[in-house]
Design a protein around this ligand. Structure first.
Ligand SMILES: *[C@@H]1O[C@H](CO)[C@@H](O)[C@H](O)[C@H]1NC(C)=O
Ligand SMILES: *[C@@H]1O[C@H](CO)[C@@H](O)[C@H](O)[C@H]1NC(C)=O
Length: 153
């Protein structure tokens, strides 16, 4: 899968430059271009000197990206925080698991086959990974695809 190749190169890059900053665009997480994409089209600034809680919108036909230009043509790039796509990839409570990732950055407990409604958030810049046994890991530690590639639970 192309995504995992990108991830792998990003991890190598991160290792070699020992960067601790985010390299992977994840929703509502400050990126190297100093914005956090909130969804496909909206973002917020990450500068400490900008008043918080201001949401900006990309222009018509543009999407929020991790690149310097921030908003780029939707046909040219993948948004850093894509719309909630098919649920398909997110695990459900099957009676054998205790926790499931309910988005890229959240997980919830299972009560048998029922998902309980308390949402637990990963730390900033961490990705939900129940299979890792650590609940959340650095994006570099993800070898395959993200367990639940969704913006929000
Ligand atoms: C993106 O997020 C903004 C701010 O929360 C919201 O107003 C907007 O409707 C969202 N857009 C989409 C496509 O979800
Ligand atoms: C996602 O999963 C929820 C809960 O199982 C379901 O209600 C919803 O319809 C699903 N959405 C999509 C797009 O499959």
């Amino acid at each position: 899968m192309q995504q995992s190749q990108i991830l792998r190169s990003l991890c190598l890059l991160a290792v070699f430059s020992s960067m601790t900053a985010v390299v992977l665009g994840i929703c509502d997480s400050c990126q190297t271009n100093n914005v956090a994409c909130l969804n496909e089209t909206h973002y917020r600034m990450c500068s400490a000197n900008v008043a918080p809680n201001q949401i900006l919108k990309c222009g018509e036909g543009k999407v929020c990206t991790e690149y310097t230009a921030i908003c780029l043509d939707e046909n040219a790039v993948t948004p850093a925080c894509p719309a909630d796509g098919a649920n398909g990839s997110c695990e459900t409570c099957d009676g054998t698991n205790l926790f499931v990732c309910t988005s890229r950055t959240t997980f919830q407990m299972c009560d048998g086959t029922t998902l309980t409604d308390q949402v637990t958030y990963c730390k900033d810049n961490k990705v939900c990974s129940i299979s890792s046994g650590k609940y959340c890991v650095d994006s570099c530690e993800i070898t395959g695809s993200v367990e639940c590639d969704r913006a929000a639970p």
